[in-house]
Design a protein around this ligand. Structure first.
Ligand SMILES: [Zn+2]
Length: 199
């Protein structure tokens, strides 16, 4: 063996060892996390797996966003992920919705999370949905011709006329209203969606 050969062999051994150590350290600590920065904006999820999301402000509204109902019904949806920063009373309606549709949900507590995402419906695989954001409810329904009074009466009882208006504008919104019954009226309740409230 010449001096040159010994040197080459030594380098070869060193490189192999180096390769081995690299593999060992990957085994011990796991590969560097993919798209870590992006994931902090989507509650720790890959953006390409998000079907739909709401901002924290949208989650805190009294109404349920029908877009989330639709997203949870999507066959690709496996889970609802909720930011741990939001008060329980605001997220309960969405948790109940997920349960009712047979989808699991997780609340994520992570100080590293950034951005405005309040909740997200996610898939197991990349779905690459182009529009994952949901438009503001009040703005969207105003454009469809509903009055602000009626839009903000979400969660309340409304008269058949108002209910008819809602169904006409967006059938998905009926989840946010209850029908005022004859006996409700008998006991003095009135429609909270009508601009001119009857006496
Ligand atoms: Zn009414």
């Amino acid at each position: 063996m010449t001096g040159q050969d010994i040197q080459t062999e030594a380098i070869g051994t060193w490189m192999n060892k180096n390769e081995l150590e690299k593999n060992l350290s990957i085994g011990m600590y796991g590969p560097p996390e993919l798209k870590h920065d992006e994931k902090t904006h989507y509650l720790g999820e890959f953006k390409e797996r998000v079907i739909r999301l709401l901002t924290r402000k949208q989650v805190a509204e009294p109404a349920v966003y029908p877009e989330i109902v639709e997203a949870l019904k999507d066959k690709r949806a496996v889970r609802l992920v909720i930011s741990g920063d939001i008060v329980d009373s605001f997220v309960e309606k969405y948790e109940a919705l997920a349960r009712g549709l047979g989808k699991s949900y997780t609340v994520v507590h992570d100080p590293e999370l950034k951005g405005e995402t309040g909740l997200a419906v996610v898939s197991r695989d990349a779905v690459d949905v182009e529009k994952i954001n949901v438009p503001d409810r009040e703005l969207r329904l105003s454009k469809l011709g509903l009055s602000k009074t009626l839009i903000n009466a979400a969660g309340k009882k409304v008269c058949p006329h108002c209910l008819e208006e809602i169904i006409h504008a967006d059938p998905g919104e009926t989840i946010n209203y209850q029908k005022l019954t004859w006996s409700d009226r008998f006991w003095g309740e009135h429609c909270l969606g009508c601009v001119h409230k009857p006496n």
